[in-house]
Ligand binder design. Structure first.
Ligand SMILES: [Zn+2]
Length: 318
């Protein structure tokens, strides 16, 4: 899903940020699994578990045609055919070694709605219509939980002790709604997960180098999270005054004109995982920015409605 656009998002160049290091260097700690022209990114800590399958898709290797380029679009979009998307999904699952697994994709709505699959223990999960929501959890082997993104943050979680998993879609609205924390709460409730056992992989998404949001978004984060100013930190390394501080100091009606800031969504979600009880060493974060890597990834911000969609998936092997 593309992130919802905030108003007042006129582009404005500010200083380079910490996360805008060359992607080749930062992504070297993640594995790239290649098969039949499809490249799948994997977090080493999750790839080590023999009973787990997971992966973050990339752009090449599909049959969808966009601007004379063949791409692996994994979501139903206005510009692509259903047949193309289904064939791309087949190729992606095949490259992952997950051809026989039941794909569980959601109709994503930028919410904090979390689904447990199967909904009842006896439910076969066959021919499941896409339900509306932004995270799914299961402890049933054979279900390939999926989230679709083109800038938003995909988060995969695994509990190695209870053998349970989650896939989470966190744009700015989902992040503001604490979807990652709530998904972990659901895992605690349904699977008796101890958050300290969880391994997390935060996949490629738009970086603070490129994710400009309106001041009103910063204000909402600031009102919800005491640590929020740190998620806009990189912006403050320039000469620009910090709009969050203006908003704190100035009485209503006396603020300077609104100014855009850059949000580090990965950092915000990592902070939420930590606050839920995950250990820092158990969280792997891809440094790849979707907007900086049009050769490898899809970005709704960069490519607009005519963008493909990435898919992030996780499953317990049957
Ligand atoms: Zn970027």
């Amino acid at each position: 899903m593309p992130p919802t656009k905030s108003p007042n998002s006129k582009r404005k160049k500010v200083g380079q940020t910490l996360l805008s290091v060359p992607a080749t260097k930062s992504s070297s700690t993640w594995h790239t699994h290649k098969s039949n022209n499809v490249s799948i990114l994997q977090a080493p800590a999750l790839a080590k578990l023999p009973w787990l399958l997971h992966g973050f898709s990339t752009k090449p290797g599909g049959i969808s045609d966009l601007n004379n380029e063949k791409i692996l679009n994994l979501s139903f979009t206005d510009w692509d055919t259903r047949e193309n998307v289904l064939e791309n999904r087949r190729r992606f699952q095949s490259a992952l070694g997950a051809s026989d697994l039941q794909l569980v994709a959601l109709k994503q709505i930028h919410s904090d709605v979390i689904h447990l699959f199967p909904a009842a223990p006896s439910e076969p999960c066959k021919g499941l219509p896409a339900v509306a929501g932004d995270a799914s959890i299961t402890n049933l082997p054979g279900l390939l939980l999926a989230v679709q993104t083109a800038d938003c943050v995909p988060i995969l979680l695994v509990d190695p002790k209870k053998r349970a998993i989650a896939a989470i879609h966190a744009g700015w609205r989902g992040t503001l709604a604490r979807i990652a924390i709530k998904a972990i709460g659901q895992m605690q409730m349904h699977f008796a997960t101890n958050p300290a056992d969880l391994l997390a992989a935060i996949g490629p998404s738009i970086g603070p180098c490129c994710y400009e949001v309106g001041t009103e978004v910063a204000t909402q984060f600031h009102s919800q999270f005491p640590e929020a100013p740190a998620w806009f930190d990189e912006f403050r390394t320039g000469d620009e005054p910090n709009p969050i501080q203006w908003l704190n100091r100035m009485p209503p009606g006396h603020q300077p004109p609104p100014q855009n800031v850059r949000l580090n969504l990965k950092k915000a979600n990592r902070a939420q995982l930590l606050s839920a009880g995950l250990r820092p060493e158990n969280i792997s974060v891809s440094d790849l920015c979707t907007a900086c890597r049009p050769d490898l990834l899809f970005s709704y911000r960069k490519q607009g409605a005519h963008s493909g969609r990435l898919m992030s998936v996780i499953a317990l092997r049957p």
